[in-house]
Design a binder for this molecule. Sequence first.
Ligand code: 2HA
Ligand code: ZN
Length: 271
Amino acid sequence: MKDIMTAPFVEEMKRTTANMYRLGWDERNGGNISYMLEEDEVAEYLDLDNVIREIPTGFDATELIGKIFIVTGTGKYFKNVEVDPETNLGIIRIAKDGTTAELLWGYKDGGKFTSELPAHLMSHMARLKKDPKNRVIMHTHPTYTLAMTHVHELSDKKFTHTIWEMCTECIVVFPDGIGVLPWMVCGNNDIGIATAKKMEEFRLVVWGLHGIYGAGKDMDETFGLIETVEKAAQLYMLTAHMPHVNTILDPELKAVAEAFGLEYRKDFLNL
Ligand code: 2HA
Ligand code: ZN
């Protein structure tokens, strides 16, 4: 059996959480990531018959029975994952009842998965229906995106439109747009259901006055979606109070999307 500390998926979790912490997006225990793994790749590092603990999830994830995820721990700090992955991360498998997580590795101090597991697993279910290659759900608190939710109307169309206007590449990176939820209590099934509903349409979901969710086939794609929104939100916050002398007009956004041959949310433009 190979040493799990050398597994590429543990390395990726370490690198990504450290990077996000350094960007200032994941203060204290802010943020969480879940990454669906292939059984074969995990079997190189762990005995899949050895369940360390069983942890109830509090909701039904029947569609994910047998699926394995590496997930950040509840109350754990992104800044600490790099130095102690075995305490701050865990590898879980959804048990046959669909409502229990079997711990295969990690949460060494007796901990458990992120409080946002409902939003994560429900989002995985929603995205897998749209794209069977989806593997990553990422939640974080990027500063400018969060700032923008304080001053900008929280509608899918208007929020997406403003972000698309900020830099030319936005419509290319997320032609499907951004779903936006109002402020809600976090860490429960209700926000999980609301997030997953948006994930049926969008790979990006903003939580008003809280943060953002991203979904993608790998860590780079998912992180890239979120950092592109954050860059645009930064430009918005740097310029919102100034006269806008130049903007990308809707016919120009359409032209970019068409130049790249993209299926985009035409209903989010005013043409
Ligand atoms: O896990 O970010 O939304 C900490 C959070 C909760
Ligand atoms: Zn959060």
